[in-house]
Design a protein around this ligand. Structure first.
Ligand SMILES: CCCCCCC/C=C/C(=O)SCCNC(=O)CCNC(=O)[C@H](O)C(C)(C)COP(=O)(O)OP(=O)(O)OC[C@H]1O[C@@H](n2cnc3c(N)ncnc32)[C@H](O)[C@@H]1OP(=O)(O)O
Ligand code: NDP
Length: 286
C-alpha cells in the first residue's frame, strides 16, 4: 500500500467545481473506472447527476467503485471488458443502449504503460501498450460515433492522454500511442462535426494515483519536481477539467488538447527511468 491517490471517502469529502446537476439526465461512460482517475471521474459524474457506466477489465474493482458511488443515488451500470477487443466494445455499447438508451459522454480514460528504455521494449510489451492506449481508445471512439450517427444525434468524447509535446524518455510506447490519439482526435473532430460529435483530449501531468505504483519511487519523487508548481496534480483537478470538457459548458470546443500539468509542458525534464549521466548537469564540460 502506498500514499498515492485518494480513497472514496476523501473523494466524497471534496466538491466538484461544476454546478450541481451539470450532467442531469445524461449518461456518462467511463473506462478504467475501477481505479485512480477513472474512479474519481465516477464520483464526479455521479455527483453531477449522471447515469454512470463503469468499464474496465477487473469486475471486482468496478463493483467496488459502484458501491462507493452508491452514496450519490446515481443509476450505475457495471460492464467489464477489455477495450482492446472491438467486439467487446460493441457489446458494451449495446448494453448501454439497453439500459440507458445512448451514452451522451464517453470518457476514454483506460490505459497505461510500463517504464522501459525504448531500446529494450519487447514486441509483446509494445503491442500491449499500443493496442490498449491507441487501439482500445479508437475502438471506443468509432463505436460511440457509429451509435450516435445511427441514432441521428451527437455526443461528446473525452480522451485522457498524456503530455506528449516534448519527448517522453522511458515511455516511448505510450508517447507514440498518446500522440496517435491526439492526431486521431483532431482528425475526427473535423470528420464528425457534421454529426454533432465533439472530441477533445485532456493531458494530465503527473497525478497522484495508485497507477504510480508501476514506477520506481525515486523516479516518482523526481517527477514531482518537473512542473513549475513542484507538486503532484490531484484526481479532482483532472476530474473537474474532464467534466467541463465533456459536458455542455465546453460546447464550442472540439479538437482541443487541454493540459492539466502544473506547467510541465513548458518546463522540466521528466524521466520515468534513470536519467543517463550524459544529461546530468555535472557531465557538462566547462
Ligand atoms: C517522460 C514523461 C513520463 C510521464 C509518464 C508518467 C505519467 C503517467 C503516469 C501514468 O499513466 S500512471 C497510470 C497508468 N497505469 C498504468 O500504467 C498501469 C500499469 N501498466 C499496465 O497495466 C501495463 O503497462 C499495460 C501494458 C498497459 C497492461 O497491458 P497488459 O495487461 O495486456 O499487459 P501485460 O500482460 O501485463 O504485459 C504484456 C507485456 O508487456 C510487457 N510489460 C508489461 N509490464 C511490464 C513491466 N512492468 N516491465 C517490463 N515489461 C512489461 C511485457 O513484455 C509483457 O509480456 P510478458 O513479459 O508478461 O509476457
Ligand atoms: N496518473 C498520472 O500521472 C497520469 C495518468 N495518465 C493516464 O490516465 C489514465 C488513468 O490513469 P490512472 O488512474 O493514474 O492509472 P490506473 O492504472 O489506476 O488506471 C488505468 C485504468 O485502465 C484500466 N485498463 C487498463 N487496460 C485496460 C483495458 N485493456 N481495457 C479496459 N480497461 C483497461 C485499468 O483497469 P483494469 O486493470 O481493471 O482493466 C485501470 O482502471 C491512464 O490512461 C493513464 O495512463 C496520463 C498521464 C498522467
Amino acid at each position: 500500500m502506498t500514499g498515492y491517490g485518494r480513497d472514496d471517502d476523501a473523494l466524497a469529502a471534496l466538491t466538484p467545481a461544476l454546478r450541481e446537476g451539470y450532467f442531469a439526465g445524461q449518461t456518462v461512460l467511463i473506462t478504467g473506472a475501477g481505479s485512480g482517475l477513472g474512479r474519481g471521474l465516477a464520483h464526479w459524474a455521479a455527483r453531477l447527476g449522471a447515469n454512470v457506466v463503469l468499464c474496465g477489465r477487473k469486475v471486482d474493482r468496478l463493483e467496488d467503485t459502484a458501491a462507493a458511488i452508491g452514496r450519490y443515488n446515481a443509476q450505475v451500470l457495471v460492464h467489464p471488458l477489455t477495450i482492446r477487443d472491438p467486439e467487446a466494445v460493441q457489446d458494451l455499447f449495446s448494453a448501454v443502449a439497453a439500459r440507458f438508451g445512448c451514452a451522451d459522454i464517453v470518457i476514454n480514460n483506460a490505459g497505461g504503460q510500463f517504464p522501459s528504455a525504448a531500446i529494450d521494449i519487447p514486441p509483446k510489451g509494445w503491442h500491449a501498450v499500443i493496442d490498449t492506449n491507441l487501439g482500445g481508445t479508437w475502438h471506443m471512439m468509432q463505436e460511440a460515433a457509429r451509435r450516435w450517427r445511427d441514432a441521428g444525434r451527437g455526443g461528446s468524447i473525452v480522451n485522457v492522454v498524456a503530455v506528449t509535446g516534448r519527448g517522453m524518455p522511458g515511455v516511448a510506447h505510450t508517447a507514440a500511442a498518446r500522440a496517435g490519439v491526439i492526431a486521431l482526435s483532431k482528425t475526427v473532430a473535423i470528420e464528425w462535426a457534421p454529426l454533432g460529435i465533439r472530441i477533445n483530449c485532456v493531458a494530465p501531468g503527473l497525478i497522484s494515483t495508485t497507477g504510480m505504483n508501476v514506477y520506481d519511487p525515486r523516479a516518482v519523487r523526481a517527477m514531482t519536481r518537473t512542473n513549475v508548481m513542484q507538486r503532484f496534480g490531484q484526481i479532482e483537478e483532472i476530474a473537474d477539467t474532464v467534466c467541463f470538457v465533456g459536458g455542455n459548458a465546453s460546447q464550442f470546443m472540439t479538437g482541443e488538447v487541454v493540459h492539466v500539468d502544473g506547467g510541465n509542458q513548458i518546463w522540466g525534464d521528466q524521466w520515468t527511468i534513470d536519467k543517463p549521466d550524459y544529461f546530468k548537469v555535472d557531465s557538462i564540460d566547462d
